[in-house]
Ligand binder design. Structure first.
Ligand code: SAH
Length: 353
């Protein structure tokens, strides 16, 4: 039986654990500071704690639950970890460097149940939700890759899985990051990307934090979106936009719409005009993501001229659009790819026995 993961406890829960042992609650913040701020690798390194408390912690908790299976480094400074969880499942997380920014992309589920046709993460369906501690551990692992004066500045929840399908664990993890003793990364520096689950978007709007919301739209009409994002057939674009509008009204945060651009499928002038019409009276920003090639998935990125024409139509309509910079293209950085490749290799290896 493995021990519970320390990062699965909120600040309050760790304070309670201390109180239960007659340990003063300020020790909880000291412990959290070692875990988050000082990048320790074991409990014995928490040198300002009494030896008895260190021993108690060690007997009660695991500091880490994952092992690093693969660590890839791109020429552009992007790094990617494939982590093996305690139960053998695999998840990915990515570090992106851009000027002074150090952004981590975290996963929230093993696999994904949404089934978007262009995405590697969903190819094998959903295995399970990650716990709050497992989400945080990705941050801790990546933080420990940084140099002594580098700090994680931003978090994007754009890894494997549908974050809003695991909202309680995600919110617990993100809150812990910003609580005393954590990494001091507040909601305004955190972006949560969703396939578009209206009820959950409203729930997120109601938590009283200014998280940034990114909605994966990918198509400007339901017929096309049903093909690309199968869960859309029981949701519909209008319901998503209404929930996102409400999110903006309640939080004051402008919503980003993500649009994976699939060559020959959703990148024509008609789609650009429809997209402009959908978003023209909204406080929205469009992030165009040229399709990242995935082995076994037949879609590809758009021709350069077509993408430029698409952007020009949005521009003329006064819609703010940017094309996402491709990071770590040499290391399978689009989430789910590395895990997919690893599993496929394992399956092939097993099949050849
Ligand atoms: N479930 C969340 C997070 C997914 S990953 C969501 O749907 O938003 C973040 C973004 O990457 C999503 O917009 C997703 O659609 C997109 N994406 C997935 N596979 C991709 C690929 N092969 N190329 C480009 N973008 C991809």
């Amino acid at each position: 039986m493995s021990l519970p993961l320390l990062a699965d406890l909120s600040r309050e829960e760790l304070g309670q654990w201390c109180a239960d042992r007659g340990v003063p609650p300020y020790r909880a913040d000291q412990i959290r500071k070692w875990l988050f701020g000082k990048r320790v690798g074991d409990f014995q390194a928490m040198t300002d704690l009494p030896a008895g408390l260190r021993a108690d912690l060690q007997a009660s908790f695991a500091l880490f639950s994952t092992t690093i299976q693969v660590h890839q480094r791109s020429v552009d400074g992007t790094e990617k970890l494939l982590l093996e969880l305690a139960d053998g499942n695999l998840v990915e997380c990515v570090l992106m460097r851009e000027d002074e920014r150090r952004t981590i992309c975290v996963s929230t589920q093993v696999g994904c149940g949404m089934g978007c046709v262009f995405c590697a993460s969903g190819m094998l369906g959903l295995q399970r939700n990650l716990s709050a501690g497992e989400i945080l551990e990705q941050v801790l692992r990546v933080d420990r890759l940084l140099g002594p004066i580098e700090r994680i500045t931003n978090v994007v929840v754009m890894g494997m899985g549908e974050p809003l399908a695991n909202l309680p664990n995600l919110l617990k993890a993100l809150a812990s990051l910003d609580e005393k003793g954590g990494l001091g990364i507040g909601a305004r520096r955190i972006t949560i990307s969703t396939v578009g689950l209206p009820d959950k978007i409203r729930e997120l709007a109601g938590v009283g934090k200014q998280y940034n919301l990114a909605v994966s739209l990918h198509a400007p009409n339901d017929a096309l979106r049903n093909r690309l994002v199968p869960v859309n057939d029981r949701i519909g674009i209008q319901a998503i936009l209404a929930a996102a509008d409400e999110f903006f009204e309640r939080t004051g945060r402008r919503v980003t719409y993500e649009y994976v651009v699939l060559g020959g499928l959703n990148d024509g002038p008609d789609e650009a005009r429809q997209l402009a019409a959908l978003l023209s009276n909204r406080h929205a920003h469009i992030n165009l993501i040229p399709m990242n090639a995935v082995a076994e998935i037949p879609y590809h990125d758009p021709a350069g001229a077509r993408l430029q024409a698409f952007v020009a139509i949005l521009d003329q309509a006064g819609i703010a659009a940017t094309i996402r910079k491709r990071k770590g293209a040499d290391i399978d950085a689009a989430c789910g790819q590395l895990r997919q490749r690893q599993i496929a290799a394992g399956v092939h290896a097993a099949a050849s026995l």
